[in-house]
Design a protein around this ligand. Sequence first.
Ligand code: ZN
Length: 336
Amino acid sequence: MKDLSRMTDEHLLDLRLSELPLCIGGTQLEHRIDQLYEELDQHGLRFKPHIWLSQEWFTPDDVPGFAIPFYLAHPRLAKLERKQMLEVEGGTTRDCLRIMRHEAGHAVDNAFRLHAKHRYRDLFGSFTSRYPEWYKPDPQSRDYVLHLPAWYAQAHPAEDFAETFAVWTRPGSRWRSRYRGWPALRKLEFVDKVMSELKGKPRLNKSRDRVDDLSDIQITLREHYRKRREHYRLQWPPIFDRDLLRIFSSESRHSSRPSAAGFLLRHRRALCHEVAEGTGVHQYAIDQMVSQMVTRCRELNLRVNLARDHTRQKLLISLTVQTMNGVHTGYHRIPL
Ligand SMILES: [Zn+2]
C-alpha cells in the first residue's frame, strides 16, 4: 500500500487517480457524512444518499447519491489541492456540510423524482432545461435562497431546488423568519410540505450507480490539475489600466518609490483570499487576475505613492469589481 503522506508532490502527480489508495471509512470525511445522515434522520427522512469518491463534487442525472472529490479523503491530498488550486473546496467541516446539504438536495430530488411534480415546475422552473455555460446572477433578487456563494440558486432550476433544500435541512436554519416576505419562502414551504409527506418513505429510484468512481479514472493527478486550472482560466478580459493608474503612480518623480508589482506580489495571497470570500469566485481565478495585474504594473513601470493600507484598500475594491464583472460576463464554476 502506498503511503501518500511520505510522497513528494512530483511523485503524487505521477499517480493515476485510480491508483490512489483511498476509502471513506475511517476518515474525517466519514464523520461528516454521518453528520449529514443524522440531519436527514432528524427531519424524518429515511432516505440516505450513497456517496463515493471522484474528481469533483457532483450528483449525476437520475442518481440518488453524489460524488465527493478525492482530496477530502486524505490530508496529504488536501495539501496538494491547496498547492495546485490555492483553496480546498469543502475542506472544513462547515464548508463540507454546506456542500453536502446541496448535493443531498439533488439526490433527494432524484430519489423521489420530485422534479416531475407540477408545483416543482411552477416554483423552480423546468428541471430539464439546458444548463447554461454561465449565468448572470441578480444579487438583489429575493426569489432565491442564499446558501452556496455566487447566488448559485440562480444558475438552474435544479440548483435552485438543491439550494432551497440545503437551507431547509440545515439544523437551526430558522428559514421561516430569515426569508419572511421573500418570494423564495414559497419554495421553502414547498420543500417543507413535500419532505413531511416523504417521512419514513423508501426512495422510488433504487439506483446505486457510482458515476466516475475514482477507481475508474485513469488520468494522472498531473493531468487532472492541468484540466482544472484550464477550467478556471480567466474567461473575461480584465482591463486594469485605468484602475492601476488611480492606485499607483507612473510619474517620474515617484520613480524611487517601491514598485507596484512588488507590492501586489507581497499582498497577493491575502487579497485573493479576501476577494474569493466576498464573491464566491475560486481563488485560482482571482490569482490569475492578480498575475495579469502584476504584468501590467511592470509594463507601465508603476510605483506605490499612497500609504500601504490605502493602496491595499483600493486594490481590494478594484479586484472585487473586476471579479464581479467576470461573474456577470462569463465566469463559470464547475456545476455542483
Ligand atoms: Zn448543484
